[in-house]
Design a protein around this ligand. Structure first.
Ligand code: FEO
Length: 386
């Protein structure tokens, strides 16, 4: 039995079968779909779980309920990793009310054709409360963190914030791993575009006395909450989290790679506290995206390709610009055997990004790294270290 407070229990599941989360993210340590139950005069269940875990989840609920029945299913987020079992819950507990907001119910109608909630529907508005007896729940809307219907729920009695996807991470709960690494990859992959909206909900959260955060993925957070809130504040304000430089490269025959590695060595020689480097064709793209947001300086090293840039780099830059990449310094290493034009293409792709500072030096290679390029790499390293 997984007790969080006297009356709040964990009833979620671990998924080690999943290959790609949300159809695109590699999750080597699986995924957790969290779900919670508050046992009071009235009983509330928070969110369902992925479609592959119906029986396990219903059994988890039963174990806690003993011979009682839930009064409410609170739907904080309609993405199917949390909402897939709404209909199964209703079949099991037809007397329970389904709690959501106007947008939630619109989405329920979209996902579950013909499901008539009529007398089961309890529609709440921002800031409204629901009393379970001892536990008074307050609904805090969190639109676009990560879908428009998302709401957090604050338990005023136990000072617990149920935070939907926010403060979640990749990885199942039976695997011990660092929080920040997989929470950052999750955040920038999934919510990164919506920094403004995350900032708005962090402001609402700042007005609450929070002792525990219960997200829909990842561990329950009980200690040192300032650390997690601080990282969310940095990430959502597109601030720099760590001192250092990230070099992202693509290379067809190893020449651009050589230049990228020479730059890394130069930077380390000059005392750069951290140089992260990634071959975009071979390493996890979401990992590279999080590193681009983690550090304040980025170097893009890529080849001219089909009068454009190498596909993996194009994908990477689109991932950044779609997520409102901003407030960063960027340097470029371009390569092109007869007409290098990667630098021009790269700059064009960031045209709409806010507050980007380009280094004065661009390393421009024709085919292989030559002495003039070594000098350019030295100058770029010098500039980046300023
Ligand atoms: Fe965990 Fe946005 O779903």
């Amino acid at each position: 039995m997984n007790k969080i407070t006297n009356d709040i229990y964990y009833i979620g599941v671990n998924d080690h079968e999943i290959d790609l989360f949300e159809g695109q993210y590699d999750v080597p340590n699986g995924m957790a779909y969290n779900s919670y139950i508050i046992m009071d005069e009235k009983i509330a269940v928070f969110d369902t779980v992925d479609q592959n875990f119906t029986a396990q989840w219903l059994s988890n609920i039963k174990q806690i309920l003993a011979d009682r029945k839930p009064d409410y299913l609170i739907v904080q987020h309609m993405e199917p990793d949390h909402s897939a079992n709404i209909l199964n819950f209703i079949k099991e507990y037809p007397e329970a009310k389904i709690v959501g907001n106007a947008k939630t119910f619109g989405m329920i109608a979209n996902f579950f054709e013909g499901l008539d909630l009529a007398d089961k529907k309890l529609e709440v508005k921002e800031g409204e409360t629901l009393s379970l007896g001892k536990h008074e729940l307050k609904f805090v809307f969190a639109p676009m963190v990560h879908w428009p219907e998302v709401m957090f729920t604050y338990d005023m009695n136990d000072k617990v914030l149920f935070s939907a996807d926010a403060f979640g991470k990749f990885g199942a709960l039976d695997v011990d791993e660092d929080w920040a690494c997989e929470a950052r990859r999750y955040y920038f992959g999934i919510v990164g575009k919506y920094g403004v909206q995350v900032q708005a909900v962090l402001k609402k959260a700042a007005a609450l006395d929070i002792q525990t955060i219960c997200p829909l993925h990842g561990p329950i957070l009980k200690e040192d909450l300032g650390y997690y809130l601080g990282l969310y504040n940095t990430w959502s304000s597109y601030g720099v989290e760590s001192e250092g430089i990230f070099i992202a490269y693509t290379s067809v025959y190893g020449n651009t790679k050589k230049a990228a590695e020479l730059l890394r060595d130069k930077l380390l020689e000059k005392g750069c506290p951290k140089v992260a480097i990634a071959d975009l064709a071979r390493e996890d793209m979401a990992e590279s995206v999080e590193d681009a947001f983690r550090y304040g300086k980025l170097v893009i090293a890529t080849t001219t390709y089909n009068a454009d840039i190498f596909p993996f780099m194009k994908h990477f830059i689109l991932d950044l610009t779609e997520r409102n990449y901003q407030n960063r310094t960027i340097g470029i290493i371009e390569n092109g055997s007869w007409a290098p034009m990667a630098a021009k293409v790269v700059k064009g792709m960031f045209e709409k990004s806010k507050n980007i500072t380009w280094t004065e030096t661009t390393v421009s290679i024709k085919s292989a790294v030559k002495s003039e390029n070594i000098a350019q790499i030295e100058a770029l390293a010098e500039e980046l270290m300023k």
